[in-house]
Design a protein around this ligand. Sequence first.
Ligand SMILES: Cc1cc2nc3c(=O)[nH]c(=O)nc-3n(C[C@H](O)[C@H](O)[C@H](O)COP(=O)(O)OP(=O)(O)OC[C@H]3O[C@@H](n4cnc5c(N)ncnc54)[C@H](O)[C@@H]3O)c2cc1C
Length: 262
Amino acid sequence: MSANSPAPARRRSRRQETRLWRVPVVRVERVTPRLARVTVRDDSLAELAGAGTDQHVMIYLYPGDVVLPEPLTLESARGLWSQVRPMTRTYTVRRHDPVTNEVDFDFVLHGDSGPASAWAERVGVGDELIFVGPSPAYQPDPAADWYLLAGDETALPAIASILRVLPEDKRALAFVEIADAAEEQPVPGITWLHRGGVPAGECTVLVDTIRAAELPGGLPEVWMAGERAAMLAVRAHLLDERGFPRQRVRPTTYWRLGESGN
Ligand SMILES: Cc1cc2nc3c(=O)[nH]c(=O)nc-3n(C[C@H](O)[C@H](O)[C@H](O)COP(=O)(O)OP(=O)(O)OC[C@H]3O[C@@H](n4cnc5c(N)ncnc54)[C@H](O)[C@@H]3O)c2cc1C
């Protein structure tokens, strides 16, 4: 979902085969007070093609009392649509281990008003996770002189992955907005920005910090994702005040304040 008017196509890895996965939860970890890491493991995940960086999936949330067809595939799930449609939400693959066939997803816990956040609050070992994907992933442009990554905690799984693949000889700045110091994770290379009590989606710390930052010269590439208004503010600053080339700034709306779904 782009936060701006039509942007040039992103460099993306080739589209992987999209299929539906119905896999057991084997671990749930509260990584920080407001972040649940849900790990699934299944032999079928050996076939989940790992494209890296911001690769994401669509999580299917069914009402608890629904009887799902066996096997549950994209086709059989669609066949059920006339009776029940799942609620869908998008989440990034935080880690995919092709040896253990484990996949981690990091859920920001933002309260019970969101079905995905509420599910992650109460999910336990042995529950199942149903998702469709994966999406193709962003591939950084090796021609860039430096990289700017920015977002809130929902973008942290993607930013952590992108940081791992950036050319080592190029400079990268990564700004991630979080509630407070308790939400910091041991990801090297990130400048943490605390909201200081301001609610998520109402805080301007991301654009304020980038506006005040001394940014390198040369050809930039900007990847950013988070709440829509924050993305628009950073984009406007980079284009209008910094004069960045439009096609080098790639904002993605991950969520919208006051609106459900994505
Ligand atoms: C490509 C992509 C990848 C994403 N990857 C991740 C990821 O790895 N981890 C992750 O946590 N999120 C990720 N998101 C964001 C996530 O999909 C949204 O936050 C989604 O709205 C959460 O669904 P929900 O059911 O919990 O809340 P919704 O039903 O969508 O929203 C309910 C209410 O909560 C508010 N809300 C939604 N998200 C947040 C939030 N983060 N903080 C505060 N308030 C919020 C809404 O404005 C609304 O008022 C991703 C989004 C996209 C598009």
